[in-house]
Write a protein that binds this ligand. Structure first.
Ligand code: ZN
Length: 305
């Protein structure tokens, strides 16, 4: 008889839906369900029902991983670890995954949705087999995470690289920027809503040689440069709805190469960066795959509720 395989619980908690899964490994999901994000009581009750049905079929989950919308406290030493912090989403400020999932009596690790997707890509997607990767999502907001040896990196809280301040040529781009804190930070200049405000359409409406694509690529190249200089990832994965615009990824590689100016022009940064700045591979499964990887780590490290 081989060792009994443990069933792992995973939740990708999004602003509109929770994707719950039970799996034996990040690429071995045996059951999943989607639960609408309404109010915490209702949503968590749906989550617990899902895991009840998992328990009937496969036994109770041995551990749980959560990749959640934020802001979420991911400092393991904090008393509010695993809780949603200040948010405008009605009812969710203070909602705690640890408390809500306590009936599962399983160790739990929680991380942000961006880190979760990055961990998923690092584990079973475009970053598989590499030691250090960066994952960026460009959509409603801009977020970036760094995954090193299967663990997302953070300081006293998660990184906020969407708010770096790229050069802003006001004559070329008179748009003032839409970040409520900084105006023309990267998120204020290059997120999906900004693009709609500036151009009246999303980037997929423009040909690859249009100014809209080059401006976006130039702004994002500063994030790529900062990730390279600060973390030296072996690969950077750029995902999110905005990145689907034809020609944007290729232009971003060119602009990043220009910013590097021949510095560090070797190893992974050699050539045209086509194997360095890449799209994600897992699509919609990235977050839940990362949550399974978090559950594996929770089990390994014996996290306690
Ligand atoms: Zn900002």
């Amino acid at each position: 008889m081989g060792a009994e395989r443990k069933i792992l619980g995973a939740i990708e908690a999004g602003g509109t839906k929770f994707v719950c899964a039970a799996a034996f490994a990040p690429d071995q999901i045996v059951k999943s369900a989607t639960i609408p994000t309404t109010y915490p009581d209702e949503t968590f009750s749906g989550v617990l029902s899902f895991f009840d049905s998992v328990a009937t079929e496969h036994g109770g989950v041995a551990s749980v991983g959560v990749a959640s919308f934020g802001p979420i406290d991911i400092d393991i030493k904090s008393t509010s670890y695993g809780s949603i912090l200040k948010t405008t989403k009605p009812g969710w400020a203070g909602a705690s995954f640890l408390e809500a999932l306590a009936p599962l009596r399983a160790p739990l690790l929680a991380d942000t949705d961006v880190n979760g997707a990055g961990l998923g890509e690092a584990t079973a997607g475009a970053g598989q087999g590499l030691r250090t990767i960066a994952y960026v999502t460009v959509g409603t907001g801009i977020g970036a995470g760094v995954i090193k040896n299967g663990v997302s990196q953070c300081g006293f809280t998660h990184y906020e690289l969407g708010h770096i301040r790229p050069p802003h040529d006001q004559r070329r781009d008179p748009f003032t920027g839409c970040c409520s804190f900084h105006g023309d930070c990267l998120e204020g200049l290059a997120s999906g809503p900004t693009i709609m405000d500036r151009w009246g359409a999303n980037l997929s409406a423009f040909p690859p040689d249009h100014e809209a694509i080059s401006l976006e690529a130039e702004y994002l190249s500063h994030l790529a440069l900062n990730l390279i200089l600060g973390h030296m990832p072996e690969r950077i994965i750029f995902g999110g709805g905005v990145m689907k615009a034809p020609g944007l990824l290729a232009r971003l590689r060119r602009e990043t190469k220009i910013l590097l100016s021949g510095y560090m022009d070797a190893g992974p940064l050699d050539g045209d960066l086509s194997d360095y700045i890449v799209p994600p591979m897992l699509g919609d499964l990235a977050g839940v795959t990362g949550a399974i990887a978090l559950a594996q780590r929770a089990l390994r490290e014996g996290m306690r509720l």
